[in-house]
Design a binder for this molecule. Structure first.
Ligand SMILES: CC(C)(COP(=O)(O)OP(=O)(O)OC[C@H]1O[C@@H](n2cnc3c(N)ncnc32)[C@H](O)[C@@H]1OP(=O)(O)O)[C@@H](O)C(=O)NCCC(=O)NCCS
Length: 173
């Protein structure tokens, strides 16, 4: 499988917006921190700022948002956080991923998480927190397939189903 995690390019707007529409049925956003009122170039600038940890809002941390590209098709996306704020340390974790409905059950999410772990490792982050909704059987399987060790369940902030916390990588001794 040649799945490549890569930054968005100026020419990606139409494909990225189509992927965003495809994922909305699941109440997930393909594009994170994107607002329909903003231009694509402003969005790319915001992502570059976040990659460099520049002009961050109180809720933001240094992070990258990458598209999962399989031979030019946008099959999924990932958000990789290099620091954890209070929300991420409890519920959000280091990595958030999604695969568009038409491309599921082909191993793409597992490959996205595997490559995200490599990116975090290259930044010196060996112990990675990954979380998912208690009822998200697909995501549970993906995390466990990538070596996730279950820690505990925390309540969701909106009163919904609980959130399962997993750690991947060496625990400190
Ligand atoms: C959860 C999600 C990321 C899985 O993506 P995917 O590319 O289909 O995952 P994979 O193909 O890597 O699946 C790996 C394994 O997970 C399990 N799995 C995946 N989706 C499943 C589902 N809907 N039901 C049961 N098991 C599932 C299977 O065991 C699968 O292996 P198999 O296909 O060989 O049986 C995808 O369904 C999605 O994007 N959902 C909406 C967004 C989301 O939930 N993101 C995760 C937030 S934590």
């Amino acid at each position: 499988m040649t799945l490549r995690l890569r930054p968005y390019q100026p020419s990606d707007e139409a494909a990225a917006l189509a992927a965003n529409d495809a994922l909305l049925a699941d109440e997930f956003h393909f594009l994170l921190s994107w607002d329909p009122a903003m231009s694509w170039s402003d969005f790319l600038t915001a992502l570059e700022n976040q990659r460099q940890g520049r002009n961050l809002t109180d809720e933001q941390v240094r992070a990258v948002q990458l598209v999962a590209d399989v031979e030019g098709e946008f099959v999924g996306r990932v958000s990789i956080r290099f620091l954890l704020n209070d929300f991420l340390a409890e519920r959000g974790g280091h990595v958030g991923y999604a695969v568009v409905p038409a491309q599921r059950r082909r191993g793409y999410a597992s490959e996205i998480l595997r490559q995200a772990l490599e990116i975090l490792r290259a930044e010196g982050i060996e112990r990675v927190l990954v979380t998912c909704d208690e009822v998200n059987v697909g995501s549970v399987a993906v995390i466990e397939r990538c070596g996730g060790v279950f820690e505990r369940i925390v309540p969701a902030l909106d009163g919904g189903t609980g959130i399962r916390r997993y750690w991947i990588g060496e625990s400190p001794r």
